[in-house]
Design a protein. Structure first.
Length: 300
């Protein structure tokens, strides 16, 4: 069974009823709620869930969006779980607990987390632009790694402190937490940082969420590979975001429209893994339908 993320159409609607109706018209009976849904839209979707009109597989933190955050400013780490500012980190924990509570109310299985960033200039897109020049890209990659290494102290410790509080809350609510691999190199966690997190927090409530597009970006930029992540964390894998990629860095395309080899993830997809198609505009309903066929042919 595949779920469709409301990231596809949430910006196009003023209420949750129309949003879900458009998704159901494609053929989906299950959705993942994205991080830009207002409280009113979230209440609409809750009403539909209670009437058995739609099911929710998972929520992408922050959901629903707090009133103080405008929809066009929405971000999964608007408040960072890695922040050195204790007030901000407390707010990050508070809004994430609210997402966990809402997931439990909806009967959703998991919440997907971004865990913050190292405060350094991000050069991921610059690296993508330089990838045709081997010498330039090699030098820029080395500079990115050095800059991040010099600034990273403290951030991972803050993430672990934040997660320890969230894991306890999620255990009480019987909701899984999935730490997502990231798109930008300055973001947390890299593979070795995820290793540290799992070594410190043994709870089965905390797992790994594999975004195939983000992993493919890292692979094409020679910053990491799908195999590195999936081999190491397959036992803690709880879900995947599925979308295609064109070129080096243009992701969130409907499956089949790009050049990503989805068979990479097939060996790791146990029956209990949550499968979410996470495509963005301007993907059409027809492209998403074809994308489902593409995934079923490759992944089953």
């Amino acid at each position: 069974m595949y779920s469709l993320s409301t990231s596809w159409n949430s910006a196009l609607h003023k209420n949750g009823y129309d949003l879900i109706e458009e998704i159901k018209a494609i053929g989906f009976d299950t959705v993942e709620l994205n991080f830009a849904l207002t409280e009113d839209m979230a209440r609409d979707i809750l009403s539909l869930v209670r009437d058995s009109k739609i099911k929710v597989s998972s929520l992408h933190n922050i959901c629903p969006l707090p009133k103080e955050i405008e929809a066009d400013e929405a971000s999964p780490d608007y408040y960072s779980l890695a922040s050195g500012d204790e007030e901000e980190r407390s707010l990050a924990i508070e809004v994430t607990k609210n997402t966990i509570d809402f997931a439990a109310t909806l009967g959703a299985k998991a919440v997907i987390l971004h865990t913050g960033r190292v405060q350094t200039k991000d050069r991921t897109r610059d690296l993508a632009s330089s990838i045709g020049d081997a010498d330039a890209s090699s030098a820029l990659r080395a500079r990115m790694i050095k800059e991040r290494e010099e600034k990273k102290d403290g951030y991972l410790d803050n993430v672990i402190k934040s997660l320890s509080k969230l894991v306890s809350h999620a255990e009480d609510k019987r909701v899984l937490l999935g730490i997502e691999n990231r798109f930008y190199y300055r973001e947390l966690p890299l593979r070795e940082e995820l290793e540290v997190i799992f070594n410190n927090l043994k709870s089965k409530t905390l797992g790994y969420w594999h975004d195939v597009g983000h992993a493919e970006v890292f692979e094409r930029l020679r910053l990491g590979t799908h195999k590195d992540l999936l081999d190491r964390f397959s036992s803690r894998l709880i879900g995947v975001h599925l979308h295609d990629i064109i070129g080096v860095i243009s992701d969130h395309k409907a499956p089949g429209l790009g050049t990503l080899d989805f068979s990479i993830v097939r060996p790791y997809l146990r029956e209990d893994i949550i499968r979410v198609i996470e495509v963005h505009q301007p993907a059409s309903a027809g492209q998403i339908r074809e994308g489902v066929k593409c995934l079923k042919n490759i992944l089953g």
